[in-house]
Design a protein around this ligand. Structure first.
Ligand SMILES: [Zn+2]
Length: 120
């Protein structure tokens, strides 16, 4: 998709809506690989120069999400990617798999989630 101010606004709006539903603080959103490279290396280490390969990347520790708009082809893919990354933020203990995918489907279907309570 072509990143212009209208799309940037729509993305931030969607992120706001889903963050509220998932009871997570709104992450800082990066929309270009340039923005990824401009972040402090400690935050993006591991997925910095490789970020361009992915549709999205969650830097969970620092509450930062990269959405690779250049690689995202349409609104449906955008919605899926936003929800995928925000599910990582809400369920940091889940890795990719059936349970993770179930949460993504629920997120896309409009479910709300209670705040994540860290276990001691
Ligand atoms: Zn993922």
């Amino acid at each position: 998709m072509k990143l212009d101010s209208e799309l940037r606004f729509r993305i931030l709006e969607k992120v706001g809506v889903y963050s509220a539903r998932f009871s997570i603080p709104e992450p800082k959103i990066l929309l270009t690989t340039k923005e990824v490279l401009e972040m402090p290396k400690e935050i993006t280490q591991g997925r910095r120069t490789s970020a361009y390969k992915y549709l999205g990347v969650s830097y969970i520790q620092d509450n930062v999400v990269f959405l690779n708009v250049r690689k995202i082809q349409d609104d449906k893919m955008l919605e899926n990617t936003i929800v995928h990354e925000l599910i990582h933020m809400r369920f940091p203990y889940l890795s990719h798999g059936r349970r993770f995918n179930k949460m993504v489907r629920r997120g896309l279907a409009g479910w709300t989630f209670k705040p994540y309570a860290k276990r001691r």
